[in-house]
Design a protein around this ligand. Structure first.
Ligand SMILES: [Fe+2]
Length: 505
């Protein structure tokens, strides 16, 4: 460490005799946006805070019998956020960290490093996403106080995953201006961090984070919305999130957690083609068979009309991509080469066939969806965990739900979870159809009943906040949908959703 940095260290730590003592004595003051850890590997992690003012910030990291300090610089160009990748850590170990600037001390954060790839460790983690902190007319958050993040923190996991729509640039709270610039998006991240449950989650455990569309704008693609809002979204996200990014594969990353688990975090936004909505005239369910369309024509009269062939051709066009060629190639290679017992694909938009408004999901990119399903079928012990739908559902991913001889499945299961705080799927259907209660009707009459009447999803709760709790052992992977209070999610039929259990083969 250079001499000037040492002096700076001494100045910010004040009279504390050791860095460890300073850590223990730290009481949160002045670092009002909290702290966070991300990108945990067996030997490294990225640590984050937002300083009270521009200038030097001290980072102290303690664990595995050692304390290390680092000097960082908070700049207005990053909205006073600072981050530092810390390496040389011990695998499968617990660490504590905190920041200091002048007399100000941050709260103490904790994280665990991933176990070494050969370690047969049991791993527990929670996943959710879709969190809008935008206040309503009364000044309170428009949806809720992020209680789901609080429940995820209380679950004392090895890590957590915040899987997209970590802000809402365009809020579901009526009358809110769209955040398009870096500064406007920074303000959205600060709104979220103004809620204690998110600060508590970020300080209580390490967090892998990804983006979906609302970090940019609703249903975002660069092809449709341009480079400027993409650049603003990337910068604001990376300023406020300890995550990493590359121009070639975007936010795609993989993380190994011991012998039993590898995570594959997909980026569904950086490289996707424009959606096919225009060719379909906005049809609500263009790929649903005629009989299903007819059955729901009472709810949505346009379903009685036939679907133009140009629409079906556009949805199925092999020219259109969701991941982009480089990311798809990297993902294919990595998951096929993985030696982890279980492979968890963290997927920002559902792969399930849901039929209603397929444009922004994998169903709207049918050719690449088929390619990805081929890849997943070539790998053993894989599960897909997803957000975006604003509902809790569990189902087998199918290539044709309404095939004449019965559904054609892939043997790959998907658990869709969330939201943390936004309009639920049921409320979105209500407002789309202009009829309160129609979300519940669609859930009970279409999502749950077995084909050919409905989708036959194993669990469907479309009007509850929450997350998915995952436990991985050497022989099983279990996913339990949980509500914002930590209880098991109740299915549309009123009974708790049974967990999805995968047994290693
Ligand atoms: Fe969302």
């Amino acid at each position: 460490m250079p001499a000037r940095a040492l002096v700076a260290c001494a100045a910010v730590l004040g009279a504390a005799t050791t860095a460890a003592a300073a850590l223990a004595a730290a009481s949160p003051s002045g670092f009002s946006d909290g702290v966070a850890a991300g990108e945990m590997t067996p030997t490294s992690a990225k640590l984050w805070t937002r300083a009270p003012r521009a200038g030097k910030v001290m980072l102290t990291v303690t664990g595995a019998g050692a304390t290390r300090t680092f000097v960082l610089t908070a700049r207005r160009a990053s909205d006073l956020t600072v981050q530092r990748s810390v390496s040389g850590l011990r695998p499968g170990a617990s660490y504590r960290y905190s920041f200091a600037q002048g007399a100000a001390r941050s709260r103490v954060g904790r994280f665990e490093t991933a176990p070494a790839p050969g370690a047969a460790a049991r791993v527990r983690f929670a996943v959710s996403g879709d969190a809008d902190a935008t206040p309503g007319p009364n000044g309170k958050p428009g949806f809720n106080g992020f209680e789901t993040y609080g429940a995820m923190a209380r679950a004392r996991n090895d890590f957590a995953v915040n899987l997209g729509d970590t802000i809402y640039s365009d809020s579901g709270v009526g009358g809110t201006p769209v955040a398009r610039t870096v500064a406007q998006k920074w303000a959205k991240y600060r709104l979220g961090l103004g809620l204690e449950p998110l600060r508590r989650l970020r300080s209580s455990t390490g967090l892998y984070s990804g983006w979906d569309d609302h970090e940019f704008v609703n249903d975002f693609s660069r092809a449709e919305h341009g480079a400027a809002i993409y650049r603003a979204g990337v910068k604001a996200f990376l300023d406020y999130t300890p995550a990493s990014y590359s121009g070639r594969t975007g936010g795609y990353r993989t993380f190994r957690w011991g012998k039993n688990l590898e995570l594959f975090l997909l980026d569904g936004r950086s490289f996707r083609s424009a959606k096919a909505t225009a060719a379909c005239g906005g049809d609500i369910a263009p790929t649903a068979p005629a009989a299903v369309r007819q059955a729901f024509a009472a709810l949505a009269p346009a379903l009685a009309q036939p679907v133009p062939q140009a629409c079906l051709d556009a949805l199925a066009s092999p020219q259109r991509t969701l991941l982009g060629a480089a990311q798809l190639a990297a993902f294919t290679k990595a998951i096929r080469a993985s030696t982890a017992t279980f492979k968890v694909v963290l997927n920002p938009e559902p792969l399930l066939q849901l039929y209603a408004l397929p444009y922004d999901r994998w169903e709207g990119y049918a050719a690449e969806r088929a390619r990805v399903l081929d890849v997943l079928r070539s790998v053993r012990n894989v599960v897909v965990l997803t957000t975006d739908m604003h509902a809790h559902v569990i189902g087998e991913i199918r290539t044709d739900t309404f095939a004449p001889g019965g559904p054609v499945g892939t043997g790959i299961w998907e658990v869709v979870t969330g939201p943390v705080a936004t309009n639920t799927y049921a409320k979105e259907i209500d407002s789309f159809l202009g009829a309160p209660g129609s979300g519940a009707v669609v859930t009970g009459a279409f999502l749950r009943p077995a084909p050919p009447r409905g989708l036959g999803l194993r669990c469907a709760q479309t009007d509850a906040y929450g997350y998915a709790q995952v436990t991985v052992t050497p022989t099983t992977l279990t996913v339990q949908p949980r509500t914002a209070t930590g209880r098991a999610v109740l299915d549309a039929t009123g009974v708790p959703c049974a967990p999805l259990v995968l047994r290693a083969t």
